[in-house]
Every structure is written in C-alpha cells, then in structure tokens.
Design a protein around this ligand. Structure first.
Ligand code: PLP
Length: 348
C-alpha cells in the first residue's frame, strides 16, 4: 500500500538539465544567461535590512509590481509576483484544471507541463507542431479549460506572432496562458493581448533575460479580475523579501538589461551562422538557445563527445526529438570552445 495518491505514485518527474558540480565546465544545457546580473541587484541584496528579514515580506511584492507595470505599460494590479515562472504554471493548473477540465498545449514544448497535469490529475491534450513549429489549428478546437503556448517555444526557440495568438485567444473556450519565459530575446511580445482579452495570462521570468535563475522570481500579467482569481491559490508569502528587493532592482536597470540582451542576441546570430557552416540545420531562434540537428552526425554521439570535453548541451532520448540538441547561447569564449570541439568532430 502506498501513502501517495495514485497519480503521484505513478508520476514521471520533471528532469531538470544536468547541473555539473565543477564550475570548470562549459554549461550550455539549461538556458541560463551566460552574463552576470546587474550590479544593482547585488547592491539591493546587500542593502536588505535585518528588519526586512525579521518580518514577513509584503505578500503582493508591491514595489516590484509598480516597476513591472511601468515597463509593460499596465497598472500594478495587472501584475502578480511569483516564485519563478514555474510557480505561476502550478497556480494555473490548480486554478483551472481538474479531472473534467483538461489542459492543451502544442508539442514538443516545456516538459514541465505534462508533469503538472499529472500532479493535478487532469487530462493533457498534446497537439503536435508541424515541422516548422507553426501553431496547430487543432489547438483551438480542444475545448480545454487551460491552453498553454510557450512563446518563444522551448526547445525549438521559434516564435508565433501575437496576431495569431490573438486569434487563438478569441477561439479557445477557457484560459490562454502564454509562457513568455524567453520573450526578452524576441523582437515582439504579447502584452497587448491582456488588454484585448479577459482570458489571457502572460508568464514572465527573471531567470533568463535578467540572469537571475538562482533568485527564483517571475510574474504574471493579466487583467485584475484574473489576477484576483489566481491570488486565491497563491501561497501567502510566495516571494521573499530578498527576492522582491533584488527583482525590483533588476527590472529598474533598463540600460544593463538592454546591453545584456543585445550581447546574447549577437552571439546567437554568430553561433547560428557558424553552426550552419558546420552542417547543422535549425529553425530561426527568438530565444537564448538554438535547436539543432546535424545533417549526418547523430545527436547522441555529438552529445557524448562534447561531455568528454566538459561541454554540456541538452539532449533528450525521446521520440521525435532524439536526433536534436538544444544549445544555450554562451559567452563568445564558451561558444568558440563549443565550435572548435564540433569542428574537430566534423573533420574526424
Ligand atoms: C518555457 C519555460 N517556462 C517557464 C520556465 C520557468 O522559469 P523560472 O521558474 O525559472 O522563472 C522555464 C524555465 O526553464 C521555461 O523553460
């Protein structure tokens, strides 16, 4: 007899990318930003007062809401702070899904969605993307309580234009959550859709564009009625005092943010071009990673050979994507080391 609910007993857990212990490796496997966070973030953390730690934090993180509202052109009550974007996903499953209220999303995509569906014990309608990662027409017709579109999508890095997602928002029966964890590296975003539609929630993360994966901070943008509904399932103090202070400093430093994003995008272009020259195919990336397939070499072999040289990229032994690698954009030096390791393989 198990103490656990059936679906927890049988759960296939989410497998985060490998986190090597040594810092002496080239780690291009978990889409972290290769550059450090803004110095203003570290200052804000140092300036946290003992009194801020003795007391519970502001349950709503209002200082952050004000800054996030400014950069997104909405009011602070359209923002909800979360302990990483992952917490918002969990809140959405809790609030909208159950045995009779399924979730739908195109695949392949972020592998946490099916895990959350299993925990919530709701059916997951997985609609395959075509080869070009276009939005599948069938998605709108699934009549699910929650539809999730990851945009830019992981692991493909591809981007669906806001106009197409506006049509989807109008067509779906339930809520449309647009997971914009990587949107800082794209040319456009879907924030306008929350003005037009009362069923749209935008997810944002500070883990990628702001180099703060270790902080655990993300937020939702949606109409106040939607935010108030989500609040019912939020942990009272989901964001702690240190992370609220640090995240606020991060979004305030616009100059640093823009430079950081620009550097990643420049390296993304260079890496894309060089990888193409080495015989890799990939869709155009709007993210901080590239999803590649080699014309002749097997992804699994490339992955293993790179590991031998302490270079980590992401490989999944899963049907449909088992001959692809997802490579996070690193610093110019890291990318050069990756490229020279790949060149040697190509020549061998
Ligand atoms: C597609 C996608 N959405 C959401 C998240 C959650 O980000 P975080 O919880 O670090 O803010 C991630 C993290 O890797 C992701 O890849």
């Amino acid at each position: 007899m198990s103490y656990f609910r059936d679906n927890i007993e049988k759960l296939k857990v989410y497998e985060p990318g490998f986190q090597p212990k040594s810092i002496d490796v080239i780690k291009l496997n978990t889409n972290e930003n290769p550059y450090p966070p803004s110095p203003a973030v570290l200052r804000a953390i140092r300036e946290v007062q003992p009194e801020q730690l003795r007391r519970y934090p502001d349950p709503m993180g209002n200082i952050f809401r004000e800054e996030a509202a400014k950069i997104n052109g909405v009011e602070p009550d359209w923002i909800l702070c979360c302990n990483g974007g992952d917490e918002l996903l969990k809140m959405a499953f809790t609030a909208f899904c159950d045995r009779r209220r399924p979730v739908a999303y195109p695949v392949p995509t972020y592998s946490l969605y099916p895990v959350l569906a299993n925990i919530q014990n709701c059916r997951a309608v997985e609609v395959p993307f075509d080869k070009e990662f276009n939005l599948p027409a069938r998605l709108a017709r699934s009549r699910s309580a929650l539809t999730i579109v990851c945009n830019p999508n992981a692991p493909s890095g591809t981007f669906i234009q806001p106009e197409e997602l506006a049509s989807l928002a109008a067509e779906v029966k339930g809520v449309l959550l647009i997971d914009e964890a990587y949107v800082d590296f794209a040319e456009r975003n879907c924030v306008e859709l929350v003005r037009q539609f009362d069923n749209v929630i935008i997810l944002r993360s500070l883990s990628k564009g702001y180099s703060l994966a270790g902080l655990r901070f993300g937020y939702a943008i949606a109409r106040p009625e939607m935010i108030n509904g989500l609040l019912k399932v939020k942990d009272s103090y989901n964001a702690d005092a240190i992370s609220i202070a640090a995240a606020t400093a991060a979004v305030k430093d616009r100059e640093y943010f823009k430079r950081n994003i620009e550097m990643v995008k420049q390296e993304r272009s260079r890496l894309t071009e060089q990888l193409r020259g080495l015989g890799f195919d990939m869709p155009e990336s709007s993210s901080n990673f590239i999803f590649v397939e080699h014309k002749t070499l097997k992804a699994k072999d490339i992955y293993s050979k790179l590991v031998q040289q302490n270079i980590y990229v992401r490989y999944w032994d899963l049907t449909g994507i088992d001959n692809k690698l997802r490579i996070s954009v690193g610093t110019p030096q890291q990318n050069d080391m990756l490229l020279s390791a790949l060149k040697e393989m190509d020549a061998a």
